[in-house]
Design a protein around this ligand. Structure first.
Ligand code: NDP
Ligand code: 8X3
Length: 267
């Protein structure tokens, strides 16, 4: 909010639009969150590795909403790329109000005795280190302004470890622990930190987990109704629009057809 005083003595309060930076906005939950936040008054910085999808999304957002949007193309695992991208922000775009740490993935589904080490590195580097890199670069501004909100996308896998998912479950448990530590670290500065843990969401997630095997990916959602990305985006919008004195620390959101990480109602 800024307050303008005119020579006439009148005072005008101008509500500035909030700025949200969303990682992993090229697909799934991140893309739906971008569309939802844009439709609800946020200006956006959308990020991801696939530049053409970022460009496509920014065109859609501009044509469908009044939101201003800029794109930043980088890999969250590459600290130098993350730094360059965040340092390229100028003017109002430096003042990020909401950071949605969403970029992430599962790769492979194997037990620890035969798992692929490169898969583990991709998950830990993206889901854990990438989230920390972005947070390291964006939180100083929030601390200086004594305001801001970070929403980390965790998973039901952080709450219930399952077999063949040691690295993914571990990475999402790390996100949950990081969220709690960050909340306490940023408490003196009035910066909110939340996490949301979805169950099964039908996105590109399973295609990535099964390394492009479309049939195996489709089987995950067979016979049940999973969550869809806009369901999670709406929950993120709810978290992001609570009054200043309210923080949703943690939210678990599941499909009605899913009772736990491993229990499903399939018909
Ligand atoms: P998608 O695969 O549809 O989207 C993942 C997004 O992350 C893409 O935009 C991708 O963009 C981005 N991304 C992945 N790796 C990188 C990287 N190295 N650098 C930058 N961006 C990256 O999956 P979801 O939308 O489902 O996943 C979003 C988040 O939700 C993840 O953190 C996931 O773990 C979590 N989640 C998903 C659930 C599900 O069942 N789908 C359930 C619980 C949590 P690009 O490829 O363009 O870089
Ligand atoms: C994605 C959901 O159950 O495959 O985080 O871990 S699950």
């Amino acid at each position: 909010m800024i307050v303008l005083y005119y020579f006439s003595g009148t005072k005008k309060v101008v509500q500035m639009k909030k700025i949200a930076l969303i990682t992993g906005a090229t697909s799934g939950i991140g893309k739906a969150t971008a569309l939802t936040l844009a439709a609800n008054g946020f200006d956006l910085i959308i990020t991801g590795r696939r530049e053409e999808l970022l460009d496509e999304l920014s065109v859609n957002i501009r044509s469908e909403t009044a939101a201003e949007v800029i794109t930043l193309c980088f890999d969250v695992r590459a600290l130098n790329e993350v730094k360059k991208a965040i340092e390229s922000l100028h003017g109002k775009w430096e003042n990020i109000d909401l950071l949605v740490n969403n970029a992430g993935l599962a790769v492979g589904l194997e037990p620890v005795n035969s798992g692929v080490i490169d898969d583990w590195e991709r998950m830990i580097d993206t889901n854990v280190k990438g989230l920390l890199y972005i947070s390291r670069l964006i939180t100083p501004g929030m601390v200086a302004r004594e305001s801001g909100h970070i929403i980390n996308i965790s998973s039901i896998a952080a709450h219930e470890a399952y077999p063949n998912g040691a690295a993914y479950c571990g990475s999402k448990s790390a996100v949950r622990a990081i969220t709690k530590a960050m909340r306490i670290e940023l408490l003196p500065f009035g910066v909110k930190v939340s996490s949301i843990s979805p169950g099964m969401v039908d996105t590109e997630f399973s295609k990535v987990r099964f390394k492009g095997d479309k049939e195996r990916a489709a089987n995950v959602y067979k016979g049940l109704t999973p969550l869809y990305a806009p369901d999670v985006a709406e929950a993120i919008l709810f978290m992001a629009t609570r009054p200043k004195h309210v923080n949703i620390d943690e939210m678990i959101i599941m499909p009605t057809d899913q009772g736990s990480a491993r229990d499903f109602r399939r018909r």
